[in-house]
Design a protein. Structure first.
Length: 129
């Protein structure tokens, strides 16, 4: 069973979101990193770039596959996790400690589209059936 952290928000595309004021830290879930396998490269967004919700914002490459990462909230990228450029595998080691980027979101109504830990757990359980 994948690890799901209470208090975070989630997407059905397997991103986690940690809200801190108007900033949201975004990473991939434990379920996503398990599905991808050993991550060998992450293409990060650029600080200062703006994205809409559901835009492709980053890509992750593993020994098994490449996967797009979709932005959960519209806004401007204000921080990236630069350590992932040299050690992308740290996302496999602890996907919740290793955020991929942070965005200053521009539309708080989009927060209502995110799901909580209980809903996300039920969602991934339905995928594993």
């Amino acid at each position: 069973m994948s690890n799901v952290i209470a208090g975070l928000k989630y997407t059905r595309k397997h991103e986690w979101v940690n809200i801190d004021g108007v900033k949201a830290y975004v990473g991939i879930t434990d379920f996503a990193q398990e599905e991808l396998g050993e991550i060998v490269y992450i293409e990060l967004p650029e600080v200062g770039d703006t994205f809409e919700a559901d835009d492709e914002i980053a890509s992750l490459e593993s020994v098994k596959a490449a996967a797009a990462m979709y932005n959960p909230l519209s806004g401007k990228v204000v921080e990236i996790n630069e350590s992932l450029e040299d050690s992308p595998e740290s996302v496999n080691e602890d996907p919740y400690k290793n955020f991929i980027y942070a965005i200053e979101f521009s539309d708080s109504a989009e927060l209502d589209e995110l799901i909580d830990a209980a809903e996300y757990t039920a969602f991934i359980e339905s995928l594993e059936e």
